[in-house]
Design a protein around this ligand. Sequence first.
Ligand SMILES: N=C(N)NCCCC(=O)O
Ligand SMILES: [Zn+2]
Ligand SMILES: [Zn+2]
Length: 319
Amino acid sequence: MTTSSPAPVPPIDGQRSPRYAGFTTFARLPRIGDAPQHDVAVVGVPFDTGVTFRPGARFGPGAIREASRLLRPYNPALDVAPFDSVQVVDAGDVDCNPFDITTALREIEAGVAALTEGGRPVVVLGGDHTIALASLRALHREHGPMALVHFDAHLDTWGPYFDTPVTHGTPFRVAIEEGLLLKEHSAHVGIRGSLYSAEDLTDDAELGFTIVHAREFHTTPFTEIIERISSRVGDAPLYISIDIDVLDPAHAPGTGTPEAGGLTSRELLELLRGLRDKHLVGADVVEVAPAYDHASITAVAAAHCAYDLVSIMSGRVSA
Ligand SMILES: N=C(N)NCCCC(=O)O
Ligand SMILES: [Zn+2]
Ligand SMILES: [Zn+2]
C-alpha cells in the first residue's frame, strides 16, 4: 500500500473556518475529487429498502457527516493523527436503487470495489444492515474470505422475510453461504433481545459464529472480552460491521429496531480500540435513522465509531 506523497490534503481547519460552516463531508475531509488520490475512503450508502421495522436509515450518512464536523485531527485514544500521513477522503454517496434490493446491492458492491482497488480500506456509512453484504462482496474480491466482528443487538443471520432472502436481518447468513467469511474467525458482539425461537441461536451456531452476548458484559471482565474477540480474529483480514443498535437505546435512540439492555458508547469505542492491531480491511457503521434521534445522540456515536475505524486504518496504512 502506498503512503501519500506529497502531504495529504487535510480536513478544513476549524481555526480558519468555523466547524459548523461550509460543505458537509465526513470530518470536513476533502471530497474524493479534491485530492490527487486516496489511501482510505469514507463513503455513504443511503439505502434502507431492507428494513423490517422503522425506516429512515437512508438518511444516516447525512446525519453522521453532520455530527462528524466536531471531530478534531488528533485521536488520543489511539495516539494517531489519522489525516496527517495518509490521504483520507469522503467519497460521497453511492447512488443505489431505492426500489430493488438486488440492483442496489450490485450498485453498492461496484461503488465499494472502485474505492478499495489495490486493497485500500474503506469505512461505509449506512444505510440499513443489508448493505454490509455488498461491502463484503466487494472486499472479498481483494482479500478473499475475511474475519467478521459484528457489533449488533441482532444476529442478522435469519432466513428470508416475506420470501425475500436479502434484508437487513439476513446479510451474514448470505455472506457465509457465499463463502465471504472465515467463520472460525468471526463473532457477533452485543447480541440481546427477543428472538423468533431458540433455534435462531442454534442455527447461528451451525453457521459457525461465536457470540458475545450483551449480558456477558455484566459477568465477564472487559479486558477478557476484548481478548476473546481479538484471539478469535487472529491475523485474518478483518471486516468490522457496527449496527448502531448494538448500543443501548439510551446511547442510540435513532435506529430502526431498538433493543433494551445494550452497550454504552464508551464500551463500544473501547472494544474497537482493542482491535487496533488487526488487519482491518473494511468496516461499516449502519442503521442510524435520524428521524428517531434526539440531539444527534446516535449520529455522534456513529461518527465517533467511524473516526476510530479510520484511525485504526490510517495507522496501519502509514506503518
Ligand atoms: N439489522 C437490524 N438492525 N435489525 C434486524 C432485525 C430483523 C428482524 O427483526 O427480523
Ligand atoms: Zn441490529
Ligand atoms: Zn444489524
